[in-house]
Ligand binder design. Structure first.
Ligand code: DAH
Length: 347
């Protein structure tokens, strides 16, 4: 065998071995080790090139060509194998991170209106249909507006009905009810007729318990005009109760006392829990109180800038939290401002 034949045979052997050992390669690390063994500077095929000098000149091109072909075959095998490894890795990661497109999407969390806001909006809506506008007045009031102009001079015993938060400024307080807004609207619009509701937060210096809070909403109702009668007052409130609690709700007006109305009353609706039979919600009476009301007191009309000889009017005050409590049988008023999502998301 000539030198050349020997080298050609050796080259064939090198190629076979290289391709054979490649089959055992498992991963990228194995592949790189295989590459440096078979294509690196000291790889068998590389050593053939340095031995070309052993071959007679005429046969050198043949052997050289063959050596190049073997080197290329090994390189091709390497490239193919590498591509295959990458594809397998990709398939693996797709399988691992697979997205199940048939899964239903996750519901984003929906905020919702506070139960008091929902009740307030129903009240606004009903009164808007009856031609009432909304008038907003300030949470911070003066003693004059909160009491005095509402027919409660200093030391009037009726002031005890409202436990008051006073501020460090003499005569400045947090309103204990929305009634002072009556004077503010009247003073703004006198002598025009008025039909407004005045919603807003009120504050009372109470011991916080399941039944009483230091803050709560009220909606004040006020109508002032020439010749407004007691039957119009009654009719409007009964109509409101029907729209709020249903066409067939039974109502009654009970005589009561407020310094800013004469006569004064409280409006009850038939208990919607027991239907009037008597239960623990209505405390056995069959009736639920929903508002204080009455014909605006002449002194209050006068303080608002209306001549009581010419003008009359009616007023009412109701609590949206109380309405919501009755409606949903909420057992603790503290839920309203505790901001506990488990409570709020039930509405
Ligand atoms: N301001 C009263 C309160 O907070 C509620 C009220 C009673 C308002 C009678 C009125 C009314 O307008 O006429 O207890």
């Amino acid at each position: 065998m000539t030198e050349a034949q020997g080298l050609l045979q050796e080259l064939q052997q090198i190629q076979n071995t290289a391709l054979e050992t490649l089959k055992a390669v498992q991963d990228e690390t194995g592949l790189q080790a295989w590459r440096s063994a078979n294509l690196g500077r000291n790889a068998p095929v590389m050593r053939i090139f340095s031995r070309l000098g052993e071959v007679p000149k005429e046969e050198r091109p043949l052997v050289g060509q063959q050596a190049n072909q073997v080197k290329q075959a090994i390189e091709t095998a390497y490239n193919e194998y590498e591509t295959r490894l990458h594809e397998a890795a990709l398939q693996n990661s797709l399988a691992r991170d697979r997205i199940d497109v048939t899964l239903p999407g996750r519901q984003p969390y929906h905020g919702r209106l506070h139960p008091s806001t929902q009740t307030l909006r129903r009240i606004y809506h009903i009164f808007a249909e009856m031609g009432f506008q909304i008038y907003l007045s300030s949470d911070v009031e003066t003693d004059e507006y909160n009491f005095e102009l509402l027919n409660m001079p200093a030391h009037h015993p009726a002031r005890d009905m409202w436990d008051t938060f006073h501020t460090t400024r003499e005569g400045v307080l947090l309103r204990t009810h929305t009634s002072p807004g009556q004077i503010r609207v009247m003073r703004e619009y006198a002598p025009d007729p008025i039909r407004v509701i005045l919603p807003g937060m009120c504050y009372r210096y109470e011991q916080i318990s399941a039944r009483s809070e230091i803050q709560f909403n009220q909606v004040e109702v006020l109508a002032v005009g020439r010749g407004i009668t007691f039957s119009e007052f009654k009719g409007t409130l009964i109509d409101f109760a029907r729209r709020m609690y249903g066409e067939n709700v039974r109502t009654r007006l009970r005589p009561s006392y407020f310094p800013f109305t004469e006569p004064s009353a409280e409006m009850d609706i038939e208990c919607f829990v027991c239907g009037g039979k008597g239960c623990n919600i209505c405390k056995g009476s069959g009736w639920l109180e929903i508002m204080g009301c009455g014909m605006v007191h002449p002194v209050v009309l006068q303080n608002g800038g209306y001549d009581p000889a010419e003008f009359t009017g009616f007023a009412a005050g109701m609590g949206p939290e109380r309405i919501t409590i009755l409606r949903h049988r909420i057992e603790d008023i503290r839920h309203f401002w505790a901001n506990d999502i488990r409570f709020l998301e039930q509405f």
